[in-house]
Design a protein around this ligand. Sequence first.
Ligand SMILES: *Cc1c(COP(=O)(O)O)cnc(C)c1O
Length: 411
Amino acid sequence: MNDTVTTSGFSRARAEIDLGALRGNVATLRARTGGAALMAVVKSDAYGHGALPCARAAREAGAAWVGTATPWEALALRAAGLDGPLMCWLWTPGGPWREGVDAGLDMSVSGMWALAEVVAAAREAGRPARIQLKADTGLGRNGCQPGDWPELVAAARAAEASGAVRVTGVWSHFACADEPGHPSIRLQLDMFREMLAYAEGQGIEPEVRHIANSPAALTLPEAHFDLVRTGIAMYGVSPSPEVGTARELGLRPVMTLSARVALVKGVPAGHGVSYGHTYVTGEETTLGLIPVGYADGVPRHASGRGPVLVGGELHTVAGRVAMDQFVVDLGRHKVQEGAEAVLFGPGDRGEPTAEDWARASDTIAYEIVTRIGQRVPRHYVGTDTGPDTDTDTGPGTGTPADPNGGTPPSA
Ligand SMILES: *Cc1c(COP(=O)(O)O)cnc(C)c1O
């Protein structure tokens, strides 16, 4: 590995994605979930980490399944050559059901409208659709209510008997698994067992039964069933403080977000900093300009609070986070333009973690990593297949990113 490239080879900002850490996290999760298969959840561009490289790395580490929210996300992975079991669950009227059938996706069905549309698409395609029936066991979001379940199960059985569909799964999702001991967890598990038993009693023979997300995979063995669907833990981020820190859970953060200090300058006491002058220097001091902002996913709610390791020392966002930049008060710390500012990473070098930013922004660490924008180039390390690579385009969308993002220093 070329250290110059991995630690200095960017100009404005970059997100380093450690696929070795991701593979290690998959192995850790598999070891902790016994015989259950693992679904690598790579929705929303793998929580900002890049859907395709993460899906591939997860497969290498033994993830039998890959999951996305929207069918478009799943179809993009198929088009890029990802084969094997691939499920998506957030459907709206109009599909793309036919494309889903043709691509061999496992398609979630939460209601009668969806079953009717997928059956029509399968008949048109001349091959059975793989569907998974989703039960609302208490989340109150997507999924079929217990009262509507007999009608959906009967219709799915009939469609299966006609050869239009194969019911490959019965599944559900927790509301409060990130709060171990929450009373809803037990109630949802009981309801899941009941709805599953009903479906099986009606002749449904699912290949996979599943309800566990990351927190349930980590804390609730009786929720593992045949498959656990892990997103956040696979990216080395804890689902919640109650579940533990990443380190306690044996997980290693995959994303490191860094920027280069763009300007260092002395200012007098009493100088306002950034929009609104919510920060005013107390004495003569040195300000450092960090060239990332809320357009890059740095939360504006972290104004005055976000932690950053600048030139090896911890500092705090001074004043407001703007669209493209924010400022830190460096005090007497001598820093030069071009010095590295690490917003978050694994914490090895004393840098903050995504969890630290979540606390500073009154949000969850899921949001911190997922919102890192397309303008920040992703730089992949720990790939199995060759030298480290930078993306010339933002992952997922094909949107041009900072053209200098991956350029090694010329001097
Ligand atoms: C996002 C999602 C997951 C993964 O959740 P994590 O807490 O990130 O592991 C699992 N299942 C469904 C239905 C989801 O939407």
